[in-house]
Design a protein. Structure first.
Length: 508
């Protein structure tokens, strides 16, 4: 599923070996207000739409059961405690973590041993259940009840985090969710996190009206050498009305070190990217990067691309051989059903570009709206994304299922809890507006305003992850098969017609 989040991960991935550590021993600090408290808020409509429907509750229950099984196995391995019916003992705790308010703090002690403390609002019966369930796994744990809170400490002999956490209960944060996650340190226990190479992250989620506000920061190990050159927008090629638009810049120093880019390396390395999609047809999705000489860049890519897709490994990774052919300043990818994938050389008033398209572009109808250029004028902007999520989700249903099928990955089943959840919330989601700016020498600031927490690509990535058989791992690979799997027909989301589409509404 990496293909769905490449642009976003590109901006989040550390440009250095490891993330900054303002608190070197910190693994995580989290405060969650709990579904009960949030639902009582007069501005809880966005939360209710996304997380409280019957479909959402089914997915929450399924995910809780998977996490209970995973945590029981992890505790068995790392605490050397064999507990009969371990997943069943832990399963009710995940219900409380969804509905009740809680704090969590996790740090590493000497020798890298983790200590976790949780303070959660519980009635006496549930507090007793927590203690009975956890003590079998963690005989060194301590439990304390104070003012309606149960405070659990996995091993107080290390750092005594429980006492520290008790001091934070008097003045809880105002947000619905506040978190500070040290992804590089957590990656010691999860290979997927190491692969993503995310920086230390602080996020806060609020809802001052019927839209979510997500504000956050990303902390890097050292000063970032970003080249935030003026935007070069391919204004003659981007069509309107579109239902998503993305712009990113400043990644030229990061891109060459990524293994997945090796077949596509060109010099000089591109430093900007634009992506957009049209509402008329699901596969009308496009991306463009400015280059000094588009014909030369196309030739460079073709020289590396042709042998890379002819390897035995590539033949096993695709359901059919991909046959790139360079003709008339474009590479046409033959052998791919349903799409017309091309990489084209473009000449624009802003310069020369390489453009990737899944389907032929529509004729230009009118110039780009001035709001787009106003959005890109934000000082030190490195990433901007706008989408009409309801429409984009309908498109990505087809695109993501196709990509999973063609690359021999498990498709999202139409009867799965994850798919039913997406189908339920899709029509309720409107404009999603996201910005990332460089706010310091080694710091990014993230802002998002939306009636849903996630963008359409993030939602499909999340649903596929939650439905992965090895969750919280993310293995969707199918075994090699000599027969070509067929693209499963999928129910459609309710479409919004292009005539009903608002223009892009950048800004807050």
């Amino acid at each position: 599923m990496k293909y769905q989040s490449v642009v976003f991960a590109l901006l989040l991935s550390a440009l250095t070996a490891r993330a900054a550590l303002p608190q070197p021993d910190l693994l995580a600090q989290i405060h969650f207000a709990g579904a009960q408290k949030i639902s009582a808020d007069p501005h809880s409509q966005a939360f209710t739409n996304e997380f409280c429907s019957a479909e959402a509750l089914a997915l929450r229950a399924q995910t809780a059961a998977k996490l209970a099984g995973w945590l029981a196995g992890w505790l068995r391995t790392n605490s050397n405690a064999t507990v009969a019916d371990g997943p069943a003992k832990l399963r009710p705790l995940f219900d409380d973590l969804q509905t009740s308010e809680w704090f969590l703090e996790a740090r590493t002690a000497a020798g890298g041993k983790p200590e976790v403390a949780v303070a959660i609002r519980l009635d006496p019966a549930r507090a007793q259940l927590w203690q009975a369930s956890l003590i079998a796994f963690l005989p060194s744990a301590s439990f304390k009840n104070t003012g309606g809170w149960l405070i659990f400490d996995s091993n107080p002999a290390l750092l005594n985090l429980g006492n520290r956490l008790a001091q934070e209960l008097a003045v809880p944060p105002a947000g619905w969710l506040d978190l500070d996650i040290n992804w590089p340190l957590l990656a010691q226990w999860h290979p997927l996190l190491k692969e993503l190479a995310l920086p230390e992250t602080h996020f806060s989620l609020t809802a001052p009206d019927n839209n979510f506000r997500v504000n956050g920061k990303f902390f890097f190990a050292q000063n970032l050498a970003l080249n935030l050159e003026p935007w070069r927008v391919p204004t003659n090629t981007i069509r309107q009305p579109f239902d998503s638009f993305t712009a990113a810049r400043g990644f030229a120093a990061w891109l060459p070190a990524q293994t997945w880019t090796q077949p596509f390396q060109i010099t000089p390395t591109p430093n900007q990217l634009f992506a957009w999609s049209l509402p008329s047809f699901p596969f009308q999705t496009y991306a463009a990067v400015p280059v000094p000489d588009s014909a030369r860049a196309l030739s460079q890519i073709n020289a590396e691309l042709e042998p890379s897709v002819a390897t035995a490994d590539a033949l096993q990774r695709f359901i059919a051989p991909v046959k790139p052919e360079l003709t008339n300043n474009e590479i046409v990818f033959g052998g791919m059903p349903f799409v017309a994938l091309k990489l084209r050389a473009l000449s624009e008033p802003a310069g020369q570009f390489l453009m990737l398209e899944l389907f032929p572009n529509s004729a230009r109808s009118r110039p780009l709206q001035t709001q787009i250029f106003s959005a890109l004028a934000v000082n030190n902007l490195v990433y901007y994304h706008w989408e009409l999520t309801a429409v984009r989700m309908s498109q990505l249903l087809q695109i993501s299922q196709y990509a999973l099928m063609f690359t021999r990955h498990k498709q999202l089943d139409a009867m799965s809890a994850g798919f039913r959840w997406l189908q339920r919330i899709g029509p309720t989601l409107g404009n999603n507006d996201t910005e990332i700016v460089q706010s310091g020498p080694a710091e990014f600031t993230f802002t998002r305003k939306s009636p849903g927490i996630f963008t359409a690509p993030e939602l499909y990535t999340l649903a596929n992850w939650l439905e992965a058989t090895n969750f919280p791992g993310f293995n969707l690979n199918l075994p090699p098969h000599p027969m070509r799997p067929l693209l499963k027909p999928q129910p459609q989301f309710r479409l919004i017609t292009p005539q009903a589409l608002p223009g892009p509404a950048p800004g807050h």
